[in-house]
Design a protein around this ligand. Structure first.
Ligand code: DP6
Length: 326
């Protein structure tokens, strides 16, 4: 009753921001993302004769548990109808809680490893719905390439699942450069931030009014490999999400001075004919979208602005491996 899974992080091109149901994690809006090759979490789960559940993430015993990782293990145990305790060891190869969707790759890897270890044989769609209940964005780290998490309409969440809209081979020239502006743990988690936004931002309604158009534009841009449409839609969507964050009560400003510096530089470079776009999540990191042909020039210019960058192309979905962590 042991299994190991690897799952990549994903970068939202049209963001998920706000829940209509917090228990089942059902979103107000659909979202679209790219799975990031190389930014991964590996997780081994064993159900056995242990006295209690134990979870180690990046060599530390699980402490403050915002995502209720244990609750997720319990959820999977219930579905499988077993009661053995779990040992879980998980390792990410990138900074956790720094706005790089570490929880997405973590909960996706946990979902696949734990369900397999528990003897369940779930379909890809079922896995996305189960991962969703651990962390919404994790639903988008199960399938490969470019994917959509359909918000669904039903109260029970059975139509709120993620799926690939284009495999990674569809657009291998697409790149995301994560600029690590700060490695400090973020002040407000995405979970708390989105709840506060839904409750208090006067602009949340505006976010919902324009989101379906963003989803349509993004789908079309990805299908046609129209980089300008994808980039401009992603950038405008990120700015709209941040507008709702900034206008909550109390205000949540995730940007650091280094965030703004990179944003301004990208706008300036675009004026000069070097095409790239920015997007940010619930943290200060800037993720730059570009095509492979411009990567070298953008990285050269970035070297004056930021110390650490990570480049990703479209990646694989979650997968099992025999290479266990214990
Ligand atoms: C800004 O998936 O971390 O990164 O469902 O509460 O676990 P929970 O939230 P989470 O939120 C991610 C928000 C975002 C945008 C996105 O990835 O779509």
């Amino acid at each position: 009753m042991k299994a190991t899974a690897v799952a990549n992080a994903n970068i939202a091109l049209v963001k998920y921001w706000g829940k209509r149901n917090k228990e089942l994690i059902l979103p107000f809006n659909s979202s679209i993302s790219m799975v990031c090759d190389g930014l991964h979490t590996k997780t081994t789960v064993e159900f056995g004769d242990y006295d209690e559940d134990s979870i180690k993430i990046n060599n530390e015993e699980l402490q403050k548990d915002e995502k209720d990782v244990l609750g997720h293990v319990e959820r999977i145990r219930k579905i499988a109808g077993i009661n053995k305790k779990a040992k879980v060891i998980s390792e990410a190869n990138f900074p956790v809680a720094a706005g790089l969707a570490s929880s997405a790759s973590g909960l996706a890897a946990l979902t696949l490893a734990a369900s397999k270890a528990a003897g369940l044989d779930l379909s890809e769609r079922e896995l996305t719905m189960l991962a969703r209940q651990g962390s919404g964005s994790a639903s988008r780290s199960i399938s490969e390439g470019f994917g959509i998490w359909n918000k669904g309409e039903k109260e029970d969440g059975t139509d709120s699942f993620a799926e690939t809209i284009a495999p990674k081979a569809h657009w291998p020239e697409f790149r995301m450069i994560a600029c690590i502006v700060s490695e400090a743990k973020k002040a407000t988690s995405s979970r708390a931030g989105m709840s506060q936004t839904v409750k208090t931002s006067p602009y949340y309604e505006g976010w919902l009014k324009t989101i379906d158009q963003d989803i349509e534009n993004m789908k079309e841009g990805i299908k046609k490999k129209d980089f300008t449409l994808v980039g401009s839609t992603a950038e405008a969507n990120a700015l709209k999400m941040h507008a709702t964050m900034i206008t909550t009560d109390p205000s949540i400003i995730y940007w650091a001075p280094g965030t703004m510096e990179i944003m301004h530089s990208i706008l300036q470079w675009r004026e000069e004919g070097l095409e790239s776009y920015f997007t940010m999540d619930a943290g200060p990191q800037v993720k730059i979208l570009c095509l492979e042909k411009d990567l070298e020039e953008i990285q050269k210019r970035l070297s004056n602005l930021v110390k650490k960058t990570i480049v990703c192309k479209p990646g694989d979905g979650a997968r099992l491996t025999e290479d266990h962590l214990f």
